[in-house]
Design a protein around this ligand. Structure first.
Ligand code: DC
Length: 221
């Protein structure tokens, strides 16, 4: 029997780290759906497609292949066979990703790919709409939250590890703007599913947060 853990929440709550820890502890496949939206955004930029050119976007979506691999330096993301793990984190991508994520065709295609990934295996999937739309029947639903200031500090540390330089103000502004667009969009907005368990990590370390999540999963298993 496969087991599905859905983790949703705004940018910078540590969803990625928690999902990765959960995947290691329980041996589940770890799927970062934000990375999938980032791959589509990268491909749109590379092909110089404007966001209103829906036919070109549909064509791109028909050909796109996204996969994940666990390596010693963490999880790597492959777009049509190419490792794009670093390239999908740039400001150029982050600046327009919320607009790309609003496009119904993009959400529809990624929804199919996300559900396919879960066929026959246990997974932990993190994003914005996993518990509400992608897997409304997930075995465990977690909604991870934290204050915008704390999330900004975490994103800056993550960026530094990846060699990306952005000021506190720049990151805070981008976090707030993205929260707003993500939670106000018409299709699959960011929101806590009614039956998701809220975990507020503002005053918790990642390990403390992970322990809370482990307990919730263990109780359900
Ligand atoms: O988790 P992240 O910061 O890499 O996500 C990038 C963007 O992708 C986020 O601002 C909105 C979009 N996204 C989405 O719309 N739905 C998801 N399930 C995951 C991400």
């Amino acid at each position: 029997m496969s087991f599905i853990v859905a983790i949703d929440g705004p940018a910078g709550t540590g969803k990625g780290t928690i999902a990765s820890l959960v995947s290691k502890k329980f041996g589940f496949l770890n799927v970062d759906t934000g990375a999938m939206f980032r791959c589509v955004t990268l491909e749109i930029i590379r092909r110089k497609i404007e966001l209103h050119e829906i036919e070109k976007i549909e064509e791109l979506l028909n050909k796109i292949e996204i996969s994940f691999k666990e390596e010693s330096n963490g999880q790597r993301v492959f777009l049509n066979g190419e490792d794009v793990s670093t390239e999908i984190r740039t400001k150029q991508i982050t600046d327009i990703i919320s607009e790309v994520s609003k496009i119904p065709q993009v959400r529809g295609r990624l929804l199919e790919l996300q559900r396919d990934l879960a066929k026959g295996q246990s997974i932990v999937m993190e994003g914005r709409d996993i518990g509400t739309v992608v897997f409304p029947n997930a075995d465990v639903k977690i909604y991870l939250d934290a204050s915008a200031e704390e999330r900004t500090r975490r994103r800056i540390r993550q960026n530094e590890e990846k060699g990306i330089k952005m000021s506190y103000e720049e990151v805070l502004e981008s976090v707030i703007k993205r929260d707003k667009i993500d939670s106000e969009r018409e299709i699959a907005p960011l929101r806590k599913a009614d039956d998701a368990i809220l975990v507020d990590g503002t005053n918790m370390s990642i390990d403390e947060c992970a322990d809370v999540v482990y307990k919730i999963i263990e109780e359900k298993m």
